[in-house]
Every structure is written in structure tokens, then in C-alpha cells.
Design a protein around this ligand. Structure first.
Ligand SMILES: Cc1cc2nc3c(=O)[nH]c(=O)nc-3n(C[C@H](O)[C@H](O)[C@H](O)COP(=O)(O)OP(=O)(O)OC[C@H]3O[C@@H](n4cnc5c(N)ncnc54)[C@H](O)[C@@H]3O)c2cc1C
Length: 347
């Protein structure tokens, strides 16, 4: 079998890269061993504003301009609903925070995303005496549905190997790479935290951050916006909500923990007064990076091996953006942005 690319990983990064390949008529096969589940469990929010500090996310315009059309394309190709437009309400903790919001909403970069109107709370189940600020142009991508549909489509075309990619079986040839019976011009590794097993890229400073979420059922809450107040509350429909997320740097398994459940339940109890039932709990490892920028680029010796990683806490927005940069770098000789190029860690 002869292909242009082998892609390792069917998370947000791998799928974003496959979409570049499809758009440019490149042939490819994909490997995924289901060892990581950051993308599968992700809340899926896209939100151009950092709600802790009321600043704009790095390259948010550029990222949204690429990400939303890409998800729309997958929706129509695979006949699934992925993009749920929904506003994000930031709960104010004080009058001072309201004022900070007002001044932020006046700034040129932020005015299109921060509504200057303070929304009063009229929901008896929520404790929010200072009201909310609304972020515009936000939404949720149903990443789990996307991955399931994408894998099933790849499977139907015999393009998916649900196996571990075995690094020591790579042979370098004059035309690229030989891996088992597959000849490929290039290999793109989009393995999330799995990068730590990859002898070619494990030296990169990825700092894994485990995150857990609760799925709750609460008929009395009745909100149709994402609520950010310490935790996120994301409506999924049918009185079901995602509550999250936690950050943990020591336990790096995909197992759910009582500690995370208790932490999220405690935050939730402070925020809402209606009864709720926990119906599920999930965990995954976010591939975050020391300097909070993605890890993209070419191996310095093995020139046919590339990495697409470090999507951190905002994979939904950043994945399509960095996938395009990597594609243009490999195929069109366009230099990578310095901020994302792995060369920044070479001395
Ligand atoms: C609890 C939680 C909530 C989150 N919420 C949000 C959110 O609301 N919005 C947002 O934008 N981001 C969110 N994120 C972050 C987002 O999930 C990540 O940025 C994103 O999932 C990273 O995608 P990835 O494709 O790089 O990695 P992954 O999703 O980890 O995918 C890597 C894939 O590679 C495969 N793989 C690895 N090694 C091998 C190998 N050797 N052989 C074969 N396959 C291999 C793995 O099985 C996996 O499928 C959240 C993360 C967590 C954990």
C-alpha cells in the first residue's frame, strides 16, 4: 500500500490534519489505539475570551475563522450535528468584576465578543446577585460524536487501523517511510499525551494536565446558556449538563477519581441550589505545554516525521489552525509561526 501520509491519532489534532489532506487530495491512512481520550471527553467549548482575566485568546480571530468552517464541512460530509451555538454567561462575583467587564468590553479587540449589557439573574436555582456578562460568538462542538462518525467513515473506506503505531518498525527509505506494508511520504504524529511514548518527540516539554468532568441531570435548573462561575455548566439538552473541569498533574491515568467528583460537587453546590443527580464522570489528559503554545514541526534529523500536538485546554479552536499551518509547511514551504514551531525548544 502506498500513501502520501500516515497520521497517528484520531483526536481533534489528527482529524484536523486529515481534513487538510482531504481538501488537498492527498492519500492517507490513520492509526489510533484508543489509548488517549482527551478529545472524546472534552467539553467541546469554543470561546474567544479568557474568562479569568477578560482578555482575548491568542489568535482567536484566525482560529475561529478556520475552525468553524471545518466543523461545518465535517457536519455536511458525515451528516452529523456538531456545532451547537450557545452563549457563555460569566457570573460576576462583585461590583468590581462588573466594572472590569465594562472596561474590557470597551477595548477594540474585545468589544465584538463581550456584550456591554449586564444580565440580571432571574433563575431561583442559581446564586448570582451581581448578574452575568455575556460572551458572544461562542458554542460547543460535540467532539465525541465527531470522532465516532469520523472513525466510522475512515473504517468504511479501510483507512483506519485501530492499532498502536509501533515506532521501532519505521524504516527510512529514499522516498520516505516504510511501515510494515505501507509506504508513505510523511508521518504526522498527533498523539496527545501519547507523545511521551514516542522516541522521536518525547523530549518536547509537554506538561500533561488531567481533567475530569461530571455529567449531571437536574430538571429544575432550566438554563439555556453555558454558565461560567469557577466551574463551567454546559447544557446538553434533556435536563443534562456537563460540569467541569478539574486540573491534576500527578495522577496521569484516564481513571475517574473520588477527589475530582468531590471537588466538582462542592463547587456546584455553591453555585446552584436545586437537587441534581450525577449520571456519569469522565477523565482525560490534556496535552498542555510549558509556554501554552502548540507543538508543531519537523523532526530535526528524521525529515519525514512531523508532530502536531500541545493543543492544551483549547483544542477545538486551535486544532484546525495548527493543522493548516503544518500542512502548508510540509507541502507549500510556508514557514511555521515561531510561537508554535518546536524549534523554539532546540538550542
Ligand atoms: C476534561 C477535559 C475538558 C476539556 N474541555 C475542552 C473544551 O471545552 N474545549 C476545548 O477546546 N478543549 C477542551 N479540552 C482540551 C482538548 O480536549 C484537547 O486540547 C484536545 O483533545 C487534544 O487533542 P489531541 O488530538 O491533540 O489529543 P488526544 O485527544 O489525546 O488524541 C490523541 C489520539 O492519539 C492516539 N494515540 C496516541 N498514541 C498512539 C499510538 N502510539 N498509536 C496509535 N494511536 C495513538 C490516542 O488514542 C488518541 O486518540 C478538554 C480536555 C479535558 C481533558
Amino acid at each position: 500500500m502506498k500513501v502520501d501520509y500516515i497520521v497517528v491519532g484520531t483526536g481533534i489534532a489528527g482529524i484536523s490534519f486529515c481534513e487538510q489532506l482531504k481538501a488537498n487530495n492527498k492519500s492517507f491512512v490513520v492509526f489510533d489505539n484508543a489509548s488517549q481520550q482527551s478529545s472524546t471527553v472534552a467539553g467541546g467549548l469554543y470561546n474567544p475570551v479568557v474568562l479569568k482575566r477578560f482578555t482575548s485568546v491568542w489568535k482567536s480571530d484566525e482560529q475561529l475563522d478556520l475552525a468553524l468552517p471545518l466543523y461545518a464541512k465535517i457536519e455536511s460530509e458525515l451528516n452529523v450535528k456538531l456545532d451547537y451555538k450557545i452563549p457563555v454567561y460569566r457570573k460576576f462575583a462583585s461590583l468590581e468584576e462588573q466594572n472590569d467587564w465594562f472596561s474590557a468590553s470597551d477595548k477594540p479587540l474585545l468589544s465584538k465578543w463581550l456584550s456591554a449589557k449586564i444580565i440580571k439573574n432571574d433563575n431561583a436555582a442559581i446564586d448570582a446577585p451581581f448578574g452575568f456578562g455575556e460572551v458572544l460568538e461562542t458554542g460547543r462542538i460535540d467532539v465525541k460524536t465527531m470522532i465516532e462518525a469520523y472513525k466510522s467513515d475512515l473504517n468504511s473506506k479501510n483507512l483506519l487501523f485501530e492499532d498502536a503505531f509501533e515506532y521501532d518498525l519505521i524504516e527510512e527509505t529514499n522516498n520516505g517511510i516504510q511501515y510494515k506494508n505501507i509506504s508513505a511520504a510523511q508521518v504526522v504524529f498527533a498523539e496527545g499525551y501519547g507523545i511521551k511514548q514516542n522516541p522521536f518527540f518525547k523530549h518536547l516539554p509537554l506538561v500533561p494536565a488531567k481533567g475530569e468532568l461530571l455529567i449531571i441531570h437536574t430538571p429544575e435548573l432550566q438554563i439555556d446558556f453555558v454558565l461560567k462561575a469557577g466551574v463551567f455548566l454546559i447544557p446538553l439538552g434533556d435536563d443534562t449538563y456537563i460540569v467541569g473541569a478539574t486540573y491534576e498533574w500527578k495522577d496521569l491515568t484516564n481513571n475517574v477519581s473520588i477527589k475530582a467528583k468531590d471537588e466538582l460537587a462542592a463547587k456546584l453546590t455553591k453555585l446552584i441550589s436545586c437537587p441534581y443527580k450525577i449520571v456519569n464522570q469522565v477523565a482525560g489528559i490534556r496535552p498542555t505545554v510549558k509556554d501554552r503554545r502548540p507543538l508543531v514541526g519537523q523532526h530535526d534529523k528524521h525529515k519525514n516525521l512531523f508532530v502536531l500536538n500541545g493543543l492544551g485546554t483549547r483544542g477545538v479552536m486551535i486544532g484546525p489552525y495548527v493543522a493548516k499551518q503544518l500542512y502548508d509547511f510540509i507541502e507549500n514551504n510556508k514557514p511555521l509561526e515561531k510561537a508554535i514551531d518546536i524549534k523554539r525548544f532546540e538550542h
